[in-house]
Design a protein around this ligand. Structure first.
Ligand code: NAD
Ligand code: UGA
Length: 479
């Protein structure tokens, strides 16, 4: 490249991240940890969240995160609410604000809500006094960088902005491992002199700890689109195996055996073939719906319908799970007490966004069942969800005048006491090692187990006396 740019003059980097959420916090903590000569500041409009990042109790639970934050915080990692000051003082700006599904107006329920993203662009424009590299870290519709560039260049001033796309592929629960040892880092840029120079700056930051061959570069639109497509492919695998699980239940095939046989084809691979009650998390559904919306916007209705099917199967799987519970428990759940083992959308996180446990709990409450929720990390989010139900006065979920019948327990053994059924919603390993003989004795008989994650020893539970309903395998009952 060899081209001289303002950015080439910088040795120690001053990095800002706008958005201190699940992505912004851990990502910047790892950059600060790996690059002690860079100064990294993370800002957010949410003062409570920033205070938590500065405290002993971080706002995000992630294995390994505490140690990384503790090592860098106050040295070259700072959390602040001073967004304007942060923009002025730093030359590399990651934007990691939330991009949820739009809930209003055109595209409601499908398109990405870009208001937080656009607000950030306008703030950068307002406060920037020197050239900036602006990096899309949030997941965005392809072509968003164009809008970003148009906003940033709308003042026609002499401050130069280069926009890069550097989507994040970390998964919650393994965020630190994924960030320290990523499969790949993707950096998209405009293929102009300044675009390539900006890309080079970011490549050099990642190259401090990521092997060069895993740092991919591309044009900016490919980078934006690759993020949506990666999530769509991952979710598609889960919906594929979940669709197969329904057929297994009708045919006495075992979905775990089918997944093993299929996954041993090296062209297919074994990962992400665990049948479940359905996928959750803040991104799969929103990103696929965003992809569907984009396809429709470009007149690609058949392509849109193809990807929409991935979400439709997930909804089907969650509903099917509840209907199976109903059918097994003599077609009535009213007044029955059901323990939910896990409320997080996956293990090793306290995040409950789009958790299948929320869907199942609300459907059980609508059937007038009582639910007892236990989870090692997600009870505070579960309580917020329960409070939300009460505040909304969700009449259809419980009898008029009465509140929803929701209890919480930290101990899973205690949670099951007096219950008619227990159902595994999250694949926390601790649920494998519980004293199920003791649990069985404290439950109402006949006692049921619905394993929404296929993690328990079904034969052993059956031998203890439970009626066991796995996903995609014949039930083991005593009837
Ligand atoms: P989050 O909701 O946890 O965090 C976003 C933060 O941005 C919030 O703290 C919010 O207060 C802040 N914010 C919003 N507008 C702001 C503004 N104008 N100025 C300053 N701060 C502002 O979201 P997240 O889970 O971290 O996701 C962020 C983005 O990363 C999304 O686009 C998401 O799709 C993507 N992503 C998420 C994950 C994940 O595992 N959660 C993984 C990969 C990509
Ligand atoms: C997912 C992707 O894995 C990340 O690469 C991506 O960066 C992220 O979305 C994002 O864009 O937000 P995450 O949602 O954190 O990460 O977690 P996953 O491990 O992908 O699990 C998603 C859901 O699928 C969970 O509910 C999980 O339990 C479920 N799942 C996963 C299955 O039901 N079966 C499987 O085989 C795998």
């Amino acid at each position: 490249m060899g081209e001289k740019t303002d950015f080439n003059d910088l040795t120690a980097r001053k990095i800002l991240c706008i958005g201190a959420g699940y992505v912004g916090g851990p990502t910047m903590a790892v950059i600060a940890h790996q690059c002690p000569d860079c100064q990294v500041t993370v800002v957010d409009v949410n003062a409570e969240r920033i205070a938590a990042w500065n405290s002993e109790t971080l706002p995000v639970y992630e294995p390994g995160l505490d140690a990384v934050v503790r090592a860098a915080r106050g040295r070259n990692l700072f959390f602040s609410t001073d967004i304007a000051g942060g923009i002025r003082a730093n030359d590399i700006i990651f934007v990691s604000v939330n991009t949820p599904t739009k809930t209003f107006g055109a595209g409601a329920g499908m398109a990405a809500d870009l208001q937080y993203w656009e607000k950030t662009a306008r703030e950068i424009l307002e406060y920037a006094e020197s050239p900036k590299i602006v990096i899309e870290k949030s997941t965005l519709p392809v072509k968003t960088a164009l809008a970003m560039e148009r906003i940033l260049n709308s003042r026609g001033g002499d401050v130069r902005f280069d926009v890069l796309s550097n989507p994040e592929f970390l998964a919650e629960g393994t965020a630190i491992r994924d960030l320290e040892n990523p499969d790949r880092v993707l950096i998209g840029s405009r293929e102009t002199g300044t675009g390539l120079a900006a890309r080079h700056v970011l490549e050099e930051i990642y190259a401090r700890w990521v092997p060069r061959e895993r740092i991919l570069t591309s044009n900016i639109w490919s980078a934006e689109l690759s993020k949506l497509v990666s999530n769509a492919f991952l979710a598609q695998r889960i919906s594929s195996i979940n669709a197969v699980s329904a057929l297994c239940e009708k045919t006495e095939a075992n979905v775990t055996e089918v997944a093993r046989a299929v996954g041993m084809d090296s062209r297919i691979g074994p990962k992400f073939l665990n049948a479940s009650v359905g996928f959750g998390g803040s991104c799969f559904k929103k990103d696929i719906l965003n992809l569907v919306y984009l396809c429709r916007a470009y007149g690609l209705d058949d392509v849109a319908a193809y990807w929409e099917g991935v979400v439709a199967i997930n909804e089907y799987q969650k509903e099917r799970f509840v209907l199976n519970m109903m059918a097994a428990m003599f077609n009535s759940l009213a007044g029955k007490r059901i323990a939910l083992y896990g409320f997080a959308f996956k293990a090793d996180t306290g995040d409950t966004r789009e958790s299948p446990a929320i869907f199942v709990a609300e459907r059980l409450l609508a059937e007038r069942a009582e639910v007892v929720i236990t989870d090692p990390q997600a009870l505070s989010n579960a309580r917020i969800w329960a409070q939300g139900l009460t505040d909304r006065g969700t009449g259809s979920l419980f009898e008029t005048g009465a509140g929803p019948k929701i209890a919480f327990a930290t101990d899973p053994v205690a949670a099951a006491a007096g219950c008619h059924a227990l159902t595994v919603m999250t694949e926390w390993p601790l649920y494998r090692g519980l004293d199920y003989e003791r649990i069985f004795r404290t439950m109402v008989q006949p006692a049921f187990v619905f394993d929404g994650r296929n993690i328990l020893d079904h034969e052993r539970l059956h031998a203890i006396g439970f009626n066991v309903y796995p996903i995609g395998r014949p039930p083991l009952t005593h009837f």
